[in-house]
Design a protein. Sequence first.
Length: 230
Amino acid sequence: MELLSFGKTGWGDELLIATMMTIAVSITAMSIGFLFALIFTPLKLSKSKFFNLIGNCYTTVIRGVPELLVIYLFFFGGSGAVMYVASIFGYNEYIEINAFITGSFAIGIISGAYSTEVFRGAIQSIDKGQFEASKVLGLKKSVHFFKVIMPQMLRLAIPNLSNVWQITLKDTSLISVTGLVEIMRQSYIAAGSTRDPLFFYSFAAVLYLLLTYLSMKLINKLEVRYSRGY
């Protein structure tokens, strides 16, 4: 266990920081995914063919290509796009986008595509009488959504959102290719330095399983909270 000690002789402190980075990226990406889901879910449910097409294109394309490819597109393509815009204003130096921002945004878009489908399915599962009752009562759209639809949507969506969270958590391992030091990247560095890859990759697996276990405990509590009365 000397390899996991804190200080100059072990890798415990580095792996702890890497674990915190993994959690930070996961939470940031999931939050970005929710924002995208709130934008594209209404488009998926829209009666307008144009808006419906936009929503379907987003979920189909993002879910249809490998997650690593999406990360590469944003990491390399994002820098190129920023440099192109900067060149218009006369700045021609190389610009590198922060790996945390790029990774979180890329994984957030992936998470958003899955969350959009989860929210769409949850809203479509709500009894139509709830919508009709809101209209009869003359509720404002904001009140109708936040007081009537959202609580029921969350109750139905939370079990499937737990799967989205697990996908998001595991996808953080892919952003190691951008140089961001999270669990997978730090395990790779430690394995190369000590020449003991089996130990560090096995410990990385334990860390991911521990994060998943703790996450599921929290999600189960949320599911119970939002299922009160049912």
